[in-house]
Design a protein around this ligand. Structure first.
Ligand SMILES: Nc1ncnc2c1ncn2[C@@H]1O[C@H](COP(=O)(O)OP(=O)(O)OP(=O)(O)O)[C@@H](O)[C@H]1O
Length: 337
């Protein structure tokens, strides 16, 4: 477990104090993929860098797998850091060294023998799917391949935690997806705790089990990703979720509507069909499906449907109530006049 207790980080810039992280307490369970999302300047990087003490908190404690990281320095800190791997948005590879040498570097630093290094690099390149690039230089690799080298290097010393600092922000969507799948595979197969910071809800949606939402150095909401999608509480969380679940209604349909517009969230298509037909049979309402889509939240389907309901006002309200009780939520977007 990573136990972050009342961590504050204050920077001093030209005698002015800047609060990076403000009294954050957070427990990340061993073996989970935990996301931290927020806009630029929210304090995500600072918090992440406190976990391996790249930034030393101004106050508070961080306990990683039973070791109080914040109490360490010198050799003890170097040793503890071997158990915490990290990957970066800009990959941070050594340009003058080959893929093999970049990964071997982390093992040499840990005092491994030549034979151990050969065997381990071979194993890591297989894991990240880059066995054929062993002797290539970073400049000869695509962004996705560079990040795979970064991942191999971060895993070299068998860490129990992998910190990912905007690891896919420099990559195109297809490459992002393949890197996220690799992180998920590493988490599942090796049992490594993965902490991801990002400003993109797509990243959280694809791989995270839980997420914390940060603003002004503080955590404003935390929970299971699916729950945050279906019941966001804080306005910032709502805006992140909205970005993914938004259904843009063509202007023509918007103008032509006459009934009440509702957005329904439901878990999977089968459930939706049964609920809709039940509703139409139970109440004297007509339903028009204007738009719909299914998002996969860490492999669990979440459907979004935009309906126009027509009928007697009270009957429509009863139907909405009926649907609300049987789905993940109903939002009335526009009531019929
Ligand atoms: N080395 C530093 N010196 C002074 N202030 C800093 C330093 N690093 C971060 N800050 C400040 O701390 C606050 C949090 O920054 P941080 O980089 O952690 O946010 P972030 O959420 O990771 O944003 P981004 O995605 O843009 O990196 C910001 O106000 C930032 O200006």
């Amino acid at each position: 477990m990573i136990d972050i207790q009342q961590v504050t980080k204050i920077y001093t810039l030209h005698r002015t104090k800047v609060v990076g992280v403000d009294h954050v307490s957070l427990q990340i369970e061993s073996g989970e993929i935990f996301g931290i999302i927020g806009h630029s300047g929210a304090g995500k990087s600072t918090l992440l860098r406190c976990i391996n003490l790249l930034e030393r908190p101004t106050s508070g404690r961080i306990i990683v797998e039973g070791t109080d990281i914040t109490s360490l320095s010198g050799e003890a800190l170097r040793e503890a850091r071997l158990k915490i791997g990290m990957i970066f948005q800009q990959f941070c590879l050594i340009r003058s060294k080959t893929v093999f040498e970049n990964i071997a570097f982390a093992l040499k630093a840990a005092g491994k023998t030549r034979a151990e290094i050969e065997a381990r690099v071979h194993e890591l390149l297989e894991l990240v799917g880059l066995s054929d690039k062993r002797d290539a230089y970073p400049s000869q690799l695509s962004g996705g391949q560079k990040q795979r080298v970064g991942i191999a290097r971060a895993l070299a010393n068998n860490p129990s935690v992998l910190l990912c600092d905007e690891a896919t922000s420099a990559l195109d969507p297809a490459t992002t997806s393949s890197i996220l799948q690799l992180l998920k595979q590493i988490n599942r197969e090796l049992g490594i705790t993965v902490v991801v910071i990002t400003h993109e809800m797509e990243v959280i949606k694809e791989i995270c089990d839980r997420v914390a939402v940060m603003q002004n150095g503080q955590i404003v909401e935390i929970g299971r990703v699916y729950d945050l999608f279906t019941q966001p509480q804080h306005p910032l969380t709502r805006s992140f979720v909205e970005h993914i679940l938004r259904l843009d209604v063509p202007e023509r349909l918007w103008q032509a509507r006459s009934g009440t517009l509702v957005r329904v969230l439901f878990q999977g298509p089968a459930a939706e069909q049964a609920i809709l037909s039940d509703t139409l049979q139970t109440f004297r309402v007509r339903a028009n499906i204007l738009h719909g889509k299914i998002e996969y939240i860490n492999d669990t389907p979440l459907g979004v449907l935009l309906l126009e309901l027509n009928g007697e006002k009270e009957e429509v309200e009863r139907a909405i109530h009926y649907v609300a009780e049987r789905t993940k939520g109903v939002e009335v977007i526009d009531r019929a006049a």
